[in-house]
Design a protein around this ligand. Structure first.
Ligand SMILES: [Fe+2]
Length: 306
């Protein structure tokens, strides 16, 4: 596969082609990330939200545009390694036992290994492999101390934890925002990088994160199955009157829109389980690629391993 990319690159070594090849390669990585998200019916929109939070925080902290773009992409791709985690553990509704927790903790290193030979892997390697490291050295997989944790991982670690706490889980409702912010304040400098946590808190207090929380895209709220509770994703191309279905109980619902506010209304029918299949939102993926990759210098893009 790599040889094919090298030949492709050698034949089409013009900067324009490098840009297009980078977009194609990035699209493949983002679709892979969507596969992982589709494994869990409760985490709909998590990757988009983490990516959006990471974008705002990195801008607020003054990072230059190429770094903001890289951190934004890392936010979307950070959990790629979860593809290696059995669904029974990923979707367990009860508390994880010690051995299950050890298996969950392998996902950052697994993601790092899987990306090692990918021509764009270096762009997001820190986000993927190190987003569960902590400044106090109690994180995983390496137990790095504060100064050794790259900016990408420090920012995404905060955004990931915030989204986990403010999102619905099968075993609990979203935690109230004030409680989550209190946890961030208490953990700044311990679980979370102090500098980036301060910027995150300032954005949250100014209401700058409100349009991201509880959403799966710009202007699109997360819908919750009224029968059994998991998220039901509305995609960019959906319009009022479209039928969606819950991935767990397969209840059908109709998408409604009034004054740009979206909601779902149960139809009382069920779809056949085989008729409900997750689907990557390719419009959203394309938009995210276009918004980010033009900010990253060509020489920082594709790297072929030798
Ligand atoms: Fe993770």
């Amino acid at each position: 596969m790599l040889r094919w990319f090298q030949q492709y690159h050698a034949q089409r070594a013009l900067p324009d082609d490098t840009g297009q090849l980078s977009k194609d390669l990035l699209a493949s990585l983002m679709v892979m990330a969507w596969f992982v998200e589709a494994k869990d019916p409760y985490t709909g929109g998590h990757l988009w939200r983490v990516s959006r939070y990471a974008n705002l925080v990195s801008k607020a902290g003054g990072l230059p545009a190429p770094d903001v773009a890289r951190v934004t992409l890392g936010g979307f791709l950070h959990d790629l390694g979860k593809v290696a985690i059995p669904d029974a553990i990923l979707n367990k509704t009860g508390k994880l036992d010690e051995s299950e927790f050890e298996i969950i903790q392998t996902h950052p290193a697994a993601g790092g290994r899987m990306l090692a030979g990918h021509p764009l892997g270096h762009l997001v390697a820190a986000a993927v492999e190190l987003h569960h490291e902590r400044p106090d050295g109690r994180g995983y997989p390496h137990g790095l101390s504060a100064s050794m944790i790259p900016i990408d991982a420090a920012i995404i670690g905060i955004c990931d934890a915030f989204d986990a706490m403010t999102s619905l889980r099968p075993y609990r409702k979203p935690m109230p925002l004030e409680k989550v912010l209190a946890i961030l304040r208490a953990e700044a400098g311990k679980q979370f990088n102090q500098f980036w946590c301060n910027h995150f808190l300032a954005l949250a207090e100014q209401g700058e994160l409100d349009a991201i929380m509880g959403h799966s895209d710009d202007g699109i709220p997360l819908h919750i199955c009224p029968h059994c509770g998991p998220t039901v994703l509305q995609q960019s191309e959906n319009k009022a009157g479209d039928l969606l279905a819950c991935g767990v109980c397969h209840s059908e619902m109709m998408l409604c829109e009034q004054d740009k506010h979206w909601s779902v209304k149960p139809t009382g029918k069920k779809v056949a389980p085989a008729a409900w299949q997750p689907k990557a939102d390719n419009v959203l993926i394309k938009r995210m690629i276009e918004d980010s990759i033009s900010h990253i210098p060509m020489e920082q893009l594709i790297r072929f391993s030798r």
